[in-house]
Design a protein around this ligand. Structure first.
Ligand code: AMP
Length: 193
């Protein structure tokens, strides 16, 4: 079965074109590497760009979209499979279940919320699949620095830093997924002294 990459990315149509170009590049690379796409099913922003690139290059696109967004004609209707759900929570659960790995491209609150939920489930070892930040042009530098502070101040364990990978190119995303396969969370949640 084709592996599915869950892509979290921006819905905004008002970004610098470089973000749509990188999303499309990721879509092409995905098909080259034999992966399919599972994502939020939108046609706007970087979401639309990645989906169209996958489709144009002969890959498989699975969108998971809430009914209220579909009703507002935000859905990418050329998807091979467009699953309609009621809530954003159901959407996230379905994307998480179907995916074999996760990547966050530069994005806004929606993107951040989705990838942070995956990291939270990674640290609990509920999700065991690779998780990558596509740090295009240093977009995630401040967030990664915040993670370092969280570690310094003991909000989590050093092994948490192994639960995600960082890539700076589309092909790097897949290299990092391969490198991350099989890394599981440290079962010891609290340090007891
Ligand atoms: P954002 O980064 O805030 O643009 O949110 C994008 C992410 O959140 C996507 O991965 C979607 O799953 C979800 N999302 C938030 N807003 C929208 C929207 N207007 N259309 C489609 N998906 C959205």
């Amino acid at each position: 079965m084709t592996k599915l990459l869950c892509v979290y990315c921006a819905s905004s149509d008002r970004l610098d074109p470089k973000y749509y170009a990188a999303a499309a590049e990721l879509g092409r690379e995905m098909v080259l590497r034999g992966w399919g796409l599972v994502y939020g099913g939108g046609k706007t922003g970087a979401m639309g760009a990645v989906a169209r690139a996958v489709k144009q290059n002969g890959g498989r696109v699975i969108g998971v979209i809430p009914e209220f967004m579909k009703a507002r004609e935000l859905a990418y209707t050329d998807a091979d499979e467009l699953v309609t759900v009621i809530t954003m929570r159901e959407r996230k659960l379905l994307m998480e279940t179907r995916a074999d790995a996760f990547v966050a491209l530069p994005g806004g609150w929606g993107t951040l919320e989705e990838i942070m939920e995956i990291l939270t489930l990674r640290q609990l070892d509920v999700v065991k699949k690779p998780c990558v930040f596509f740090n295009q042009d240093g977009f995630y530098d401040e967030l990664l620095r915040l993670f370092e502070r969280m570690l310094r101040e003991n909000f989590f364990k050093p092994s948490n830093l192994e639960l995600y990978r960082v890539a700076t190119t589309a092909s790097g995303v897949f290299d990092q997924i391969e490198a991350a396969t099989g890394v599981s969370a440290d079962p010891k949640w609290f340090e007891t002294r």
